[in-house]
Design a protein around this ligand. Structure first.
Ligand SMILES: CC(C)(COP(=O)(O)OP(=O)(O)OC[C@H]1O[C@@H](n2cnc3c(N)ncnc32)[C@H](O)[C@@H]1OP(=O)(O)O)[C@@H](O)C(=O)NCCC(=O)NCCS
Length: 332
């Protein structure tokens, strides 16, 4: 029997209209455009404004786009996975809301939480359903509305994150394209460095948790930075070495957009020059589960059939992982 692979056959994305610039942040916290730019590479990020606007709003637009671009009938979608840490509600899953809104009436759907590694985890998961022969059309979404869980008086976190979502459609192929290899890791000891303290079952929401600002991202930035640099580069190097990919055979490094300095360190460890590194951190900041599909969305027109992409991510958990993808189509 021929091996079935999961090919990415389309990309969708959506970022909200409102642009929060470093200059505007200067008016909110004690920071400067110069500090943010040199320490992170971020110039601006998008924010989803308005009442009752959850991350599903971003996901729905991204999924609608991929369905339209690939001329896919939503009723043909078998499965929709939504990677996010900012679900509309604890339940139902945001994936259920999105699937229903786009007319994916025959799909089952669920959320996946792996923080900034959410999209690579979800891509690996979605791909395995295709590779097993179980399903024919799977949509993998990654997106977050980080503005919902940021303290805009904390200069160490509010400058980093933004809102956005992207997605891919996965379909089977017997050719040598698609998700070729994956490597995923996690270590719960990372909890102390990056988490949100309240609102879950350990510390449910109360007046006290609100007063103490426990519903926001808590991060020990420099510790996270050190783990991210080492682990993202390690896992990317591992997948490259295991598959005997030479650095000149890698067309694109597609790294999670947390900090330009982490991205540069990963690229340098892999011997990849800056022109082969996808980057949009300056425009969107860190959209958590959204960064990697938004990169694919931004760069789609430059991608050619047969290009080797190495996706690499690191995030809360800690979670980290890398995926080798052979691009399956030329964009007309
Ligand atoms: C958060 C991060 C940008 C901070 O950069 P850093 O170079 O590590 O800076 P530090 O935390 O060591 O702080 C250095 C100084 O800058 C200050 N500072 C922090 N945020 C600032 C801001 N927005 N503006 C101005 N100064 C700031 C600190 O208070 C500190 O001042 P001090 O030396 O007087 O105490 C960086 O650590 C980072 O990117 N970490 C990883 C984040 C990440 O990947 N998170 C998501 C997981 S995927």
């Amino acid at each position: 029997m021929q091996k079935i692979r999961a090919a990415i056959t389309g990309v969708g994305g959506y970022v909200p209209e409102y642009v929060l610039t470093n200059r505007e942040l200067e008016t909110m916290v004690d920071t400067s455009d110069e500090w943010i730019t040199t320490r992170t590479g971020i110039k601006e990020r998008r924010i989803l404004k308005g009442e009752n606007q959850g991350v599903s709003v971003l996901g729905i637009e991204a999924v609608k786009e991929v369905l339209k671009k690939t001329n896919t009938d939503p009723a043909e979608i078998d499965l929709l996975i939504f990677a996010t840490v900012t679900a509309d509600m604890t339940f139902p899953a945001t994936a259920n809301i999105v699937a229903s809104a786009v007319g994916a009436v025959n799909a089952f759907s669920y959320d996946l939480g792996a923080a900034c590694s959410g999209f690579v985890y979800a891509l690996a998961t979605g791909a395995s359903f295709i590779q097993s022969g179980m399903y024919k059309k799977v949509i993998v979404v990654g997106g977050d509305k980080m503005s919902a869980i940021l303290d805009y008086s904390d200069r160490t976190t509010c400058i980093i994150f933004g809102d956005g979502a992207g997605c891919v459609l996965l379909e089977p192929t017997t050719e040598e394209y698609g998700v070729m290899d994956t490597e995923l890791k996690s270590d719960g000891n990372g909890e102390k460095y990056l988490h949100m303290k309240a609102g879950g079952s350990r510390i449910p929401a109360s007046h006290e948790t609100v007063d103490k600002k426990l519903h926001f991202v808590y991060q020990e930035g420099s510790a996270v930075f050190k783990f991210a640099v080492t682990n993202m580069a390690d896992v990317a190097a591992q997948i490259v070495e295991r598959n005997k990919l030479k650095s000149d055979e890698i067309t694109w490094l597609v790294p999670h957009q947390a900090n330009k300095r982490i991205i540069d360190a990963t690229a340098s460890r892999m011997g990849i020059t800056e022109d082969k590194v996808m980057m949009n951190i300056e425009r969107y900041g860190n959209t958590t589960s959204g960064t990697i599909p938004l990169l694919l969305w931004d760069y789609e027109k430059q991608l050619k059939k047969g290009d080797n992409l190495v996706l690499a991510a690191f995030g809360g958990g800690f979670t980290w992982g890398a995926v080798w993808v052979k691009w399956a189509y030329d964009t007309k």
